[in-house]
Design a protein around this ligand. Structure first.
Ligand SMILES: NC(=O)CCC(=O)C(=O)O
Length: 292
């Protein structure tokens, strides 16, 4: 086990493939139990899935949406914000709180928003899903988040003082390598994606996207899905997974509720970048359009 300049010391990461239902309070309480379980198993960074406090679907966003701002939001207006802050503090972990539907009270706009908390329960970062999930595969799946949601406009990099920097983005965001590459080039040791692929795109693209982002950027990548619920309107793919900087899948869930763990080690980032030194071989003079 070793460290490097990106990841100061090895850290155990947990992805909670949560089974959520329609009862928000029950989802929050269940998430708390699972975060505590992950912490008891030694995890110091814990990730929840996209829309972990509600069913996933455009018809549900307004009903489950909460105000995040103005800060600090009240417990009544934002129960999920408060629950996440408390569970991070109780478990003493960095918590990437999946995502929740957010209502911005002044503009009345809805967002798909991820909140990251420190082990003392402080909010470290807010990521609003940048790329909305609008797809149409005839006979298979049509989904249009943009009918209800507005997009965020920022790449989110979070400094975890004990470890280093991570990037947080949400699900469909993973299909845009530009976002991942910029985050990695700004020094993130891991890219965290709370997500909820589906049973059409999941089998083909979920793992591939995770491995591609890890291979391109030679850093850790984590994808955290809800468990599959065949009684829900949206059938999540599941298969939460953690990929190492060499693009090897270290651990992968099936579709049921479970927690997957992996030890992240800065030495693996160094080893990969030393062996395949694309970081120093880039030719930005040949493709200046992508230079930072
Ligand atoms: N929740 C999402 O953004 C789903 C993305 C997805 O399924 C995909 O194929 O991309």
């Amino acid at each position: 086990m070793s460290s490097n300049t990106l990841l100061k010391k090895p850290v155990k990461l947990a992805l909670i493939q949560l089974a959520s239902g329609s009862d928000k309070a029950a989802n929050l309480s269940h998430a708390r139990d699972k975060v505590l379980e992950a912490a008891s198993a030694g995890a110091k960074i814990v990730v929840l899935p996209e829309c972990f406090n509600s069913p996933y679907g455009c018809q549900f966003f307004p009903k489950y949406a909460e105000a995040i701002l103005p800060s600090p939001p009240s417990a009544e207006a934002s129960p999920s914000f408060h629950a996440l802050s408390s569970m991070a503090k109780e478990a003493k972990v960095y918590l990437v709180g999946g995502s929740i539907p957010e209502l911005e009270p002044e503009s009345k706009k809805y967002y798909n928003t991820s909140l990251t908390f420190s082990p003392s329960g402080d909010l470290l970062a807010t990521h609003r899903k940048v790329h909305l999930f609008d797809i149409d595969i005839p006979g298979k799946i049509t989904f249009k988040e943009s009918e209800v949601l507005s997009p965020g406009n920022q790449i989110t990099i979070v400094d975890l003082p004990e470890y280093g920097k991570i990037a947080v983005a949400i699900c469909y965001d993973i299909r845009f390598p530009e976002l991942a590459m910029i985050a990695a080039r700004k020094g993130c040791f891991a890219l965290m994606y709370p997500g909820a692929f589906n049973t059409t795109t999941g089998p083909l693209h979920w793992r591939l996207q995770g491995q591609a982002r890890a291979m391109d950027n030679q850093c850790y990548v984590a994808l955290c899905s809800p468990a599959r619920d065949m009684g829900a309107t949206y059938h999540a793919w599941g298969h939460s997974l953690i990929v190492d900087p060499m693009a090897e899948v270290l651990v992968e869930a099936d579709e049921s509720e479970q927690i997957v763990y992996a030890e992240l080690d800065g030495g693996k980032i160094d080893e990969t970048r030393k062996g395949i030194p694309i970081y120093t071989q880039r030719r930005f003079e040949v493709y200046p359009d992508v230079a930072a």
